[in-house]
Design a protein around this ligand. Structure first.
Ligand code: ZN
Ligand code: MN
Length: 495
């Protein structure tokens, strides 16, 4: 199948990602943990941009940027340097942002996504390092706000700005790209996507191969898809009425689901970029081998390994590797000796579905359990233990609980206020299959698996019935009553 792209849609993304797993800021020693701090408590003369201060580059920032570049299969610049991007805004007290201009640290990378017509390559034009400005807190909605507060805790946190080629051909592809990108960054352990504002997206979109429009500052992946769907429809309508699309910047109103014109687009020249005189150009080529050593197994490689090692389907492997913590959870469960295929089904098909239904995001994994945050209510924190999944899959595989019961156990753990094991829930709710159910199931299986013995018995060989009873006893590990088993078999076969 070849995707024709009938409406000539081109989408390119500019993504600002906070390296929020780094402990300190880009040019000073202030903590990056601004989500749990009172406003303006993690600041110093450097990140407040006071006159006379000088930046000291955090080595970990450069290492992380190289790591991202290698994971995106990009080229790492031999020599890279910083520029000043000059503009005035209250969240930027220096009057300029330290960023990179014509010598970005990463160029020419790519990410492979599930596209409209199978695997699709999205080119990465460049990725560079820059500092985050402070955070503006509007009182009320952005349009009607009566005032603005500024929190400089965010000022000076490291951002990686990544620019893609306009290679995405539908809002769905754009969303898949973002999911994959976030996934890769989380594998690299430089980024926690659950934190608010950790990934901010600007989208460039055009229809009929025409002029592009930029939609600014979209905060969620779902928001990007919605903003693009709206903007594509708007552009098509303008053209149908004989109008023209002009190069402009628009803002996406999440609440109303529409884009609103902000201004005509600024050009690079407007920012009067010039070399940052306080930071020397760097040669980072020598760092690359050491950083390469620290690269973990990335999503695509892990997916192939899961298919090979556990014999699971591509679809299951895709779902299980879509989050590093989920992949680790799956492997920890498998390591306890339960069947990998059954486990894959329960985690990828059922467990993930129940999480999505509850809008729960996986927030941590620590060898024993996987933790969640409720995106609507950060106070609710549930967890699901590796041992819970092992117990559940074992009960199910041994035929002691039905699949409906197993789903109920998962739901109870996710919704429960106190910690309970699957066994406790099964006992409390009486979910265990009755003894007679177990025997009937064993009888059914035995009949299905022993075609020859069944035929012999039906032809009059009484001995074959003894053999079949023996098989049922074996399946039930001797717990069935032999007389009941015999009666059930006869009833099944003779009616
Ligand atoms: Zn500081
Ligand atoms: Mn930027």
């Amino acid at each position: 199948m070849v995707y024709e792209n009938p409406d000539g849609i081109r989408i390119g993304l500019e993504i600002h990602v906070q390296l929020n797993k780094l402990k300190t800021k880009m040019f000073c020693g202030c903590s990056t943990d601004y989500h749990n701090a009172a406003p303006n408590t993690h600041t110093c003369p450097i990140c407040l941009g006071l006159p006379g201060t000088l930046p000291v580059l955090n080595k970990k920032v450069v290492e992380a940027a190289i790591k991202v570049g290698l994971a995106l299969e990009g080229e790492i610049a031999e020599e890279t340097q910083f520029h000043r991007k000059n503009y005035f805004y209250p969240d930027l007290p220096k009057g300029f942002q330290v960023t990179q201009y014509d010598f970005p640290i990463v160029s020419k990378g790519k990410i492979v996504i599930e596209g409209e017509d199978g695997e699709h390559v999205v080119g990465i034009t460049r990725a560079h390092m820059e500092e985050d400005p402070g955070k503006l807190v509007h009182l009320g909605s952005i349009e009607k706000s009566k005032g603005v507060l500024i929190d400089y805790n965010r000022s000076g946190i490291t951002l990686i700005e990544t620019v893609t080629e306009p290679d995405m051909r539908s809002p769905k592809e754009a969303r898949r790209f973002l999911d994959k990108f976030r996934n890769i960054l989380e594998y690299l352990d430089v980024f926690d996507g659950n934190l608010e504002g950790a990934m901010r997206v600007d989208a460039n979109v055009s229809v009929y191969w025409g002029t592009r429009v930029e939609v600014k500052n979209i905060s969620s992946h779902k928001g990007v898809e919605r903003a693009l769907l709206y903007e594509i429809m708007r552009q098509k309508n303008v053209i149908r009425r004989g109008g023209k699309i002009t190069l402009e910047t628009r803002h996406f109103d999440e609440g109303r689901g529409v884009t609103i014109s902000l201004r005509t687009k600024e050009e690079a020249e407007d920012y009067r970029y010039f070399r940052e005189p306080d930071l020397m150009p760097m040669r980072v080529t020598d760092w690359i081998p050491a950083v390469r050593e620290t690269l973990p197994e990335l999503p695509d490689a892990k997916r192939s390994r899961f298919i090979e090692q556990y014999g699971i389907t591509d679809m299951h492997a895709r779902a299980l590797t879509s989050k590093i913590m989920l992949a680790d959870f799956y492997e920890s469960v498998c390591a306890q000796g339960v069947d990998p295929k059954t486990t894959a089904t329960w985690i990828a098909d059922v467990f993930l579905g129940e999480l999505n239904y509850r809008d729960l995001a996986i927030s941590s994994f620590d060898e024993k359990k996987i933790g969640f945050i409720h995106t609507k209510d950060p106070e609710i924190e549930n967890s699901f233990k590796v041992s819970d999944m092992v117990e559940l899959v074992t009960f199910f595989a041994e035929g002691k609980i039905s699949d409906r019961a197993a789903v109920e156990v998962i739901r109870s753990i996710l919704d429960g206020k106190e910690e309970k094991t699957p066994l406790q829930i099964i006992e409390e709710k009486g979910l265990l299959k009755a003894e007679s159910d177990l025997v009937s199931m064993a009888v059914e299986e035995t009949i299905a698996e022993n075609e020859a013995a069944v035929q012999d018995y039906l032809a009059g060989t009484e001995k074959s019935l003894n053999f079949l009873v023996g098989q049922v006893m074996k399946k039930t590990k001797g717990t069935a009553d032999a007389k009941t088993a015999r009666e059930l078999i006869v009833k099944e076969l003779r009616g």
